[in-house]
Design a protein around this ligand. Structure first.
Ligand SMILES: [Zn+2]
Length: 423
């Protein structure tokens, strides 16, 4: 496949190079050539005149099956939201529902420019099926909790997931203890051991609310990240969602030992959890990526929207705190680093996986473009997120803004038909 006449190629390589009027060649699942006037030969051609081509976005923390729970509870803080509305809804969520929710979520992510997501939840076989069918890329982890005596079953399912996804070109796996308030010390250590044995990351909610921190101090005599550090879980394999209430000492621990913070500003604001001090965390050279969290707390999966929110949120007292390039990095290459996939995805470079999106410049929200800096500004601050084409693993999965591998109308109808069940 060859993408011809690309107006702007936003590479996100080490130099953050933007190349004008260029072609891009894809062989199989990888980027095989970037240059001017590459001969088309027998390759399938995608005409990219007056289009931007850039790396697909990476949603580094979500729960995709929760897309089915969109809008069921909008005015509660996290603990009440979970206990009064979400846990009861999840009790009704059966395998087939999780599958439909995941299809709906994958479709929403693809059509808004996300090509990879990192997911933690129940019914992960169904999520894997939806990932396989829609053509998106994902890192999946079975959520591990031991609040109800079902710990062993969940650990078994987590291991089975790792084994059943092995060899799938677009699915990687990790271990996903839910949080220090839902996973015991024994389970946290078990997840760490499993991650070491299977050579994966671990994905966990950390310091999302002030209550979580206070409860951890009461129970463990330490805030959550210090406690995880004591158990040996703070290193580059740690994918820590939220980090809203990280203490200075905890930020210092991460700066020294590694680990990734996933910033989910919409969910944190909507559940009244607070605002993570991302500029300060980034100053310590801790890797920060971006996530939407689940739709039940966002209420969508549009990572372009999240990027704008992240930026203006941290500019609120000082517009120099963060800039559009840092935000675009969080949504692309930093996400790849968080998932341990930076050699494969997150930028457009020779030999990397062909995971990319196109944006039509012939639309009001992308006009005018004031040079290369103005282009990044438009991508972060004015673009709606409605992408034109999406390629994942060298395969076209969205064309003209619509998914091509699954039936849009069918998924929408199945999901709509389930609405009464969760009202
Ligand atoms: Zn979450």
């Amino acid at each position: 496949m060859i993408l011809k006449n690309i107006r702007y190629l936003v590479t996100q390589n080490d130099d953050r190079q933007i190349i004008e009027d260029v072609d891009l060649l894809i062989h199989g699942d990888r980027i095989a050539g970037i240059g001017h006037q590459i001969p088309a030969g027998n390759h399938r051609i995608i005409d990219c005149s007056n289009k931007v081509v850039m790396p697909g976005l990476i949603n580094a923390h979500t729960h995709v099956s929760m897309t089915l729970l969109r809008g069921i509870s909008d005015n509660k803080e996290l603990q009440d939201w979970l206990e009064e509305d979400i846990f009861p809804a999840e009790e009704k969520l059966e395998e087939e529902d999780a599958y439909i929710g995941a299809l709906l979520g994958c479709m929403e992510m693809l059509t808004t420019g996300t090509t990879t997501f990192n997911d933690m939840y129940d019914h992960m076989d169904q999520v894997a099926e939806a990932v396989d069918q829609t053509g998106i890329r994902a890192m999946l982890g079975r959520g591990l909790l031991d609040v109800d005596g079902e710990r062993d079953r969940r650990v078994d399912e987590a291991i089975e997931l790792v084994e059943s996804c092995r060899g799938h070109g677009r699915i990687s796996t990790c271990f996903a203890p839910h949080g220090v308030y839902t996973a015991s010390e024994q389970l946290l250590l078990e997840a760490k051991d499993c991650a070491e044995i299977f050579n994966t990351s671990y994905h966990i909610h950390v310091s999302e609310t002030e209550k979580e921190v206070n409860d951890s101090i009461d129970e463990n005599e330490k805030p959550p990240l210090e406690y995880l550090n004591e158990l040996g879980l703070v290193n580059n394999d740690l994918i820590a969602a939220h980090g809203v209430w990280l203490t200075d000492k905890e930020k210092q621990i991460m700066a020294e030992k590694g680990g990734n913070v996933i910033h989910n500003p919409a969910a944190n604001l909507k559940l009244g959890s607070g605002i993570a001090d991302i500029p300060e965390i980034m100053e310590k050279e801790i890797n920060v990526a971006l996530g939407t969290d689940g739709v039940a707390s966002n209420n969508n999966l549009n990572l372009f929207e999240e990027a704008k929110l992240a930026s203006i949120l941290h500019k609120r007292n000082n517009p120099e705190k963060i800039n559009e390039q840092q935000i675009l990095d969080m949504a692309t290459i930093n996400g790849a680093k968080a998932l341990g996939l930076e050699d494969e995805i997150g930028s457009i470079e020779l030999g990397k996986k062909a995971d990319l999106i196109t944006i039509d410049l012939d639309s009001p929200d992308m006009t005018p473009v004031h040079g290369k800096k103005g282009l990044i500004s438009n991508i972060v601050y004015s673009f709606s997120g409605k992408v034109d084409d999406v390629v994942v693993d060298g395969e076209p999965v969205v064309q003209g803004g619509e998914v091509v591998k699954v039936g849009r109308e069918k998924i929408l109808k199945y999901a709509a038909d389930l609405s009464e069940k969760f009202e």
